[in-house]
Design a protein around this ligand. Structure first.
Ligand SMILES: NC(=O)c1ccc[n+]([C@@H]2O[C@H](COP(=O)([O-])OP(=O)(O)OC[C@H]3O[C@@H](n4cnc5c(N)ncnc54)[C@H](O)[C@@H]3O)[C@@H](O)[C@H]2O)c1
Length: 253
């Protein structure tokens, strides 16, 4: 997707202080969207905003915990009042920790569901009335390849990412009459802070050897799929799960 095809659009990207959230925010801003970049991490978000401004594009920061529904609603209604509406929501904020079932306690489980499922649900919910009013909307929910394939650890994370696939399909049907498309991005391995904290660089290198293309992606590569799903050209695509994963899901175990 090239050019300024999102000129005049207002986009919210959650988890925009690092990794893919940052590159999604930069990519949508390059396409002309005004980006509301959300994250719990203020310092990283300031870097994202500086990079967007350095490209000559436009964005503002929203710093809060995405599991805080009151904060979502206050931020979104303020943004809608100032900008006239929200056209695009990228539900990207996330945490991931490789834990066994026995190591996942109630607080961890609630945190995982709170960030991924509750955060995605209420962020979209706050934007949907203005999308309906404008008869145009794009919701892009970030799931994971693991939600499709499973994994031997992190079942709380996979439960949350599986719920996101369910939300995607249900919302696609509920919102289709309003010309709002809803799709899920289910990345395979992507070099980011989250995975480096879990696996370390050597761990990622070992995982890369299991991928048919022989490598993990850089965050920017995933942003090309987000750019496409947000574009006019993707107007007939809804309820779909797109998994850029280097061929990993065709390997099987
Ligand atoms: N990296 C991968 O291999 C991979 C694979 C599949 C899916 N994903 C998903 O992609 C998304 C982006 O992850 P990433 O790999 O770029 O990791 P990342 O850690 O670089 O980015 C995640 C961002 O979410 C933010 N965040 C965490 N908790 C938050 C909260 N409570 N409120 C607001 N923001 C919060 C973090 O501060 C961070 O900026 C996540 O949803 C992740 O689960 C990543």
């Amino acid at each position: 997707m090239t050019g300024k095809s999102l000129d005049g659009r207002i986009a919210v990207v959650t988890g925009a202080a690092s990794g893919m959230g940052r590159t999604h925010a930069k990519r949508l801003a390059r396409m002309g969207a005004f980006v509301i970049a959300q994250d719990i991490a203020a310092a990283g978000l300031a870097e994202t905003l500086a990079e967007i401004a350095g490209n000559g594009d436009r964005a503002e920061a929203a710093v809060f915990d995405i599991s805080d529904v009151a904060a979502i609603e206050a931020t979104m209604s303020d943004a809608i009042a100032r900008h006239g509406g929200i056209d695009i929501v990228v539900n990207n904020a996330g945490i991931g920790v490789d834990r066994t079932i026995e190591d996942i306690d109630e607080a961890m489980f609630n945190r995982m569901i709170g960030i991924h499922v509750k955060g995605s649900f209420f962020c979209a919910r706050a934007a949907i009335p203005s999308m309906k009013a404008r008869r145009w909307g794009r919701i892009i929910n970030v799931s994971s390849r693991w939600a499709q394939a499973g994994h031997h650890l992190a079942s709380d994370y996979i439960a949350a990412k599986g719920a996101i696939l369910g939300l995607t399909k249900a919302w696609a049907k509920e919102l289709a009459p309003h010309n709002i498309t809803v799709n899920a991005l289910a990345p395979g391995g992507v070099w980011s802070r989250m995975v480096l904290e879990n696996l370390g660089e050597e761990g990622v290198r070992a995982e890369e050897r299991q991928v048919p293309l022989g490598r993990w992606a850089q965050p920017e590569e995933l942003s090309e799929t987000v750019a496409f799903l947000a574009s006019e050209e993707a107007a007939f695509i809804t309820g779909q799960v797109i998994s850029p994963n280097g061929g990993k899901t065709i390997v099987g175990f």
